[in-house]
Design a protein around this ligand. Structure first.
Ligand code: GAR
Length: 223
């Protein structure tokens, strides 16, 4: 875990993580030894199991319950006030299951990221694994992207692909994808912490380094 309460290194960035549920991606971020300070974990649900996990890691938690607000605008305003009190450089949605208003998203332009359980732009929305199996796709996966007002779209930072196997159920496929989510989300946040990403004028993201090794996932495998 790389939670450094009280650290005041000038260059160290600050991270806020938003959750709604079990928080396994949040846990992956907390345990990834990231070069940042985790200022808080915020949930829109008081009973999100991930809150206890955060506390066990010594992270401050907050609840901004969407049910306490009459509309999206007022909820998002309260959420933004709670986030901004932590002065984060990066805000990571980790299974945060609320649609955010354009105003909120714009406020965090370039520093709000999300993980989604599909190879976007395919299968935005819910039930991604069941829909992928129904369509018979052979490769599925997960995506970390900058958040824009367009739900489950936005500049893609990193993706991981997994094979869809003949006997897969939504649960077995979800498990395979989730293992990759726990690898790519810390990587994406690490790049953000290190200012390693370039978001160009066309909304595409590049690593500000040279070549990447290329390889192919072929599924089913060639014989
Ligand atoms: C993860 O699979 C994440 O990709 C997904 O919710 C799950 C949360 O699990 N997010 C979305 O579907 C967002 N559109 P977790 O609470 O264990 O991280």
């Amino acid at each position: 875990m790389k939670h450094r309460p009280g650290s005041n290194k000038a260059a160290e960035k600050s991270l806020v993580i938003l959750i709604s549920g079990r928080g396994s991606n949040m846990r992956a971020l907390l345990e990834a030894d990231l070069p940042c300070r985790v200022a808080a974990v915020i949930s829109n649900k008081a009973d999100a199991p991930g809150l206890e996990v955060a506390r066990q890691h010594g992270i401050a938690t907050r609840v901004v319950a969407h049910r306490d607000y009459p509309d999206r605008e007022s909820f998002d305003a309260a959420l933004a006030a709670t986030i901004d009190a932590c002065q984060p450089d990066i805000v990571a949605l980790a299974g945060f299951m609320r649609i955010l208003t354009p105003r909120f998203v714009e406020h965090y332009h370039g520093r709000l990221v999300n993980i989604h359980p599909s190879l976007l732009p395919a299968y935005g929305g819910l039930d991604t694994h069941a829909r992928a199996i129904k369509d018979g796709v052979k490769i599925h996966g997960c995506t970390v992207h900058f958040v824009t007002a367009d739900l489950d779209h936005g500049p893609i930072i990193i993706q991981a692909a997994v094979p869809v196997l003949w006997r897969d159920t939504p649960a077995t496929l979800a498990e395979r994808v989730l293992r990759q989510e726990h690898r790519i989300y810390p990587q994406a946040v690490r790049w953000l912490c290190m200012d390693s990403l370039v978001l160009d004028g066309e909304g595409k993201v590049y690593l500000n380094r040279v070549e990447q090794p290329g390889f192919a996932l072929v599924a089913p495998a060639l014989e």
